[in-house]
Design a protein around this ligand. Structure first.
Ligand code: FAD
Length: 372
């Protein structure tokens, strides 16, 4: 199949469906929508604000190797291309492999993703939902669609908790999206905050590079029994995500529900005392943090690996925020705006969850179009 260069959009356009975001979730839905009869580029417009392919993966730090990620699942439609992440070189940076595979996927299936095009607002208008966009050159456009699939992920909205004195700290503060490499912290005293796999990865990379590391977490880290994600606790964590999404609550962290699988690399870090979590500090001051028992820990830098929130800022004109602080979503569809689907949200927020949901969401979207 060919990969025609997308035609520039007219100032205003009508599309049957707009998909916001070309990560795992957006690509999965777009693939199924195309199979169900929509034509990419006209009926179906896929937009992504990032400069390249790979969704959030393109921005991950170089040292994150494919073999160190939990597991990146194949997109639907990859098998027919003979493409499998399992066959990829696991020592390569995950961002390069995922970026390359997604590019080949988009080309093969002719999805005509338009990038970098940021969606700035989605609003209700006569005839559907209006999607306002801005391209890298500053050009703005409006697309009116019968349905919108939001698959914007979380990378754009890292969450950093507040601690007294945080604004007085004079060292460097970075969040997960800003971390580039351990070398930037060579010879420094580094505090890492957060109980998930990003924090663990940073600590392992900083070992032997930073002068010292201390690791603070809100809850004690629960290590899973094996090296794979425990299926039972993963199912329970997904169910909790689903409950929160249905109730319109802020989504809980996934890792808090599953425990952290202990790979060989993590086992080594545990055995060597690199991974020793402590209860989170109570305050920060200009040159460090103060622990619960009053110890002052000097820090040149604090790395906040404290998770993400769903990036839904462009949906603000739809006024979907509930009194519980989240958006009510049932089976991937907004309760308060049924023409809006949220792919990769809540229970779908993993590469496998996003994959499975892609097909179902595409069917729901098509059912809505036919009905109208
Ligand atoms: P994303 O990959 O974030 O894609 C969203 C896309 O939407 C992006 O390309 C973005 O540019 C675009 N976008 C956002 N807002 C707009 C807008 N307003 N306008 C236009 N475009 C927009 N999951 C796993 O299953 N296995 C793992 O090993 C794993 N490792 C992870 C490691 C880290 C460090 C992190 C942070 C997460 C990890 N995850 C992992 C979770 C992983 O991020 C998701 O599984 C998957 O990438 C989510 O896909 P997505 O399509 O929902 O979002």
């Amino acid at each position: 199949m060919t990969d025609p260069t997308p035609e520039p959009l007219p100032d205003d356009q009508h599309a049957r469906v707009v998909v916001i975001g070309a990560g795992q979730a957006g690509l999965s839905v777009a693939y199924h929508l195309r199979r169900l009869g929509l034509t990419p580029g006209s009926d179906l417009v896929v937009l992504d604000r990032a400069p390249s392919t790979g969704g959030a993966w393109q921005f991950r730090w170089e040292a994150l190797r494919l073999g160190w990620a939990h597991r990146v699942h194949d997109l639907p439609g990859m098998p027919e291309m003979g493409l499998r992440f399992e066959d990829a070189d696991r020592s390569r940076p995950a961002r390069d492999v995922v970026g390359e595979y997604y590019r080949r996927f988009e080309q093969y299936h002719g999805l005509q993703v338009r990038r970098p095009v940021a969606v700035t607002a989605v609003a209700r208008v006569d005839g559907g939902l209006q999607v306002a966009t801005r391209s890298a050159d500053g050009r703005t456009q409006r697309i009116v669609a019968e349905a919108v699939v939001n698959a914007s992920g979380t990378w754009g909205t890292p969450f950093v908790p507040w601690y007294p004195g945080r604004d007085t700290f004079t060292g460097r503060q970075v969040d997960t999206t800003e971390y580039r490499s351990a070398d930037e912290f060579a010879g420094q005293d580094v505090v890492v905050v957060g109980g998930g796999t990003s924090a663990i990865g940073f600590l392992l990379e900083l070992d032997g590079v930073a002068r010292s590391t201390r690791w603070f977490t809100r809850r004690p880290v629960v290590w899973a029994d094996g090296s794979a994600l425990d299926v039972e606790s993963a199912v329970a964590a997904v169910a909790e995500q689903d409950r929160a999404a249905r109730a319109g609550e802020v989504l809980p962290s996934i890792v808090s529900g599953t425990g952290v699988p202990v790979s060989d690399r993590i086992r080594e870090g545990l055995d060597h005392g690199v991974l020793r979590d402590e209860p989170v500090f109570t305050a920060m001051d200009p040159d460090g943090v103060v622990t619960r028992n009053g110890e002052h820990v000097h820090a040149d830098a604090v790395i906040w690996a404290t998770g993400f929130r769903a990036d839904l800022r462009h949906l603000a004109p739809l006024h979907l925020r509930t009194e519980h602080g989240g958006v009510a979503v049932v089976d991937g569809q907004s309760v308060d705006e049924p023409r809006l689907f949220l792919a990769g949200y809540g229970p779908q927020a993993s590469t496998i969850g996003a994959n499975r949901a892609g097909r179902r969401t595409a069917r729901q979207v098509m059912a809505l179009l036919v009905r109208d």
